[in-house]
Design a protein around this ligand. Structure first.
Ligand SMILES: C[S@@+](CC[C@H](N)C(=O)[O-])C[C@H]1O[C@@H](n2cnc3c(N)ncnc32)[C@H](O)[C@@H]1O
Length: 230
């Protein structure tokens, strides 16, 4: 039954005009709700959002809580949630459509292909919310703050753009700090428990994702790092 519902969501998300999907590993391309190939790289503002506002992407967005929550708070910015799982993206995309949110889109793709869908400097800010920890050392290259992923983000993020990482995971938190130190990248905020820190952006506590709620129930502390790529 759960599998059937998942399949229904997969089918429905492909009919949403605010959602674009990439199914290809070789020659990646975005498919729109009319099953047409579309090129939005370099054209998100002019062709999709039809404004000149900044673009913020949420990677590993899951159900898209940050994409939606930030878009509601900042109507003068555009937001795009990115995740591989169509049934999760479905939820945020449906909410955005039902609430006529013109500053929201979703892209269903592997984040390893992110640079195909945005042009150099097209992105102003990146959020990474509760990425999978990939606990084993040999899986470290899959972590969304591994240097290979940071290289991809550097291709699309504005020169002085910032990345926000929010996670319960000590593995992700420590690993990210190691990578940033090794690459000598600027760290603007480093917080090992957002509930005890002062002066943080209130959205860090106001918006809670599905996974954050689960981890909070397990009494995990929530960490936050804000950093740059240059
Ligand atoms: C632990 S969940 C967190 C979801 C959401 N941010 C939250 O906090 O509830 C991690 C998400 O990352 C996505 N993900 C992991 N690796 C990915 C990749 N390489 N490309 C796209 N999505 C990925 C998974 O599909 C999953 O939805």
């Amino acid at each position: 039954m759960a599998g059937k519902r998942k399949l229904e969501k997969f089918a429905m998300v492909s009919t949403f005009p605010n959602t674009f999907q990439n199914f290809r590993w070789e020659n990646p391309v975005l498919i729109n709700h009319e099953e047409k190939e579309v090129v939005l790289s370099g054209k998100w503002r002019s062709e999709f959002f039809q404004n000149e506002n900044p673009i913020v992407i949420e990677l590993a967005c899951g159900y898209g809580e940050y994409t939606i929550g930030l878009a509601e708070r900042y109507p003068e910015k555009n937001f795009i949630g990115v995740d591989i799982k169509g049934n999760r993206v479905y939820q945020g995309a449906k909410y955005a459509l039902e609430n006529e949110m013109s500053n929201v889109a979703f892209v269903r793709t592997d984040i390893r292909q992110i640079e195909y869908f945005f042009a150099a400097g097209e992105i102003d800010e990146i959020w990474i919310t509760f990425p999978d920890p990939f606990r084993k050392k040999r899986q470290a290259k899959n972590r969304l703050t591994d240097s290979q992923f940071l290289d991809r983000y550097r291709k699309i993020l504005r020169q002085d753009g910032v990345i926000h990482l929010k996670s319960d995971s000590d593995i992700i938190y420590e690993y990210t700090k190691e990578v940033l130190e090794e690459l000598k990248l600027p760290v603007y905020v480093d917080c090992d428990n957002i509930d005890e820190a002062e002066g943080l952006d209130p959205v860090l506590k106001e918006i809670q994702t599905r996974y954050e709620k689960i981890h909070r129930q397990l009494r995990q502390t929530i960490k936050y790092i804000q950093f740059g790529l240059n």
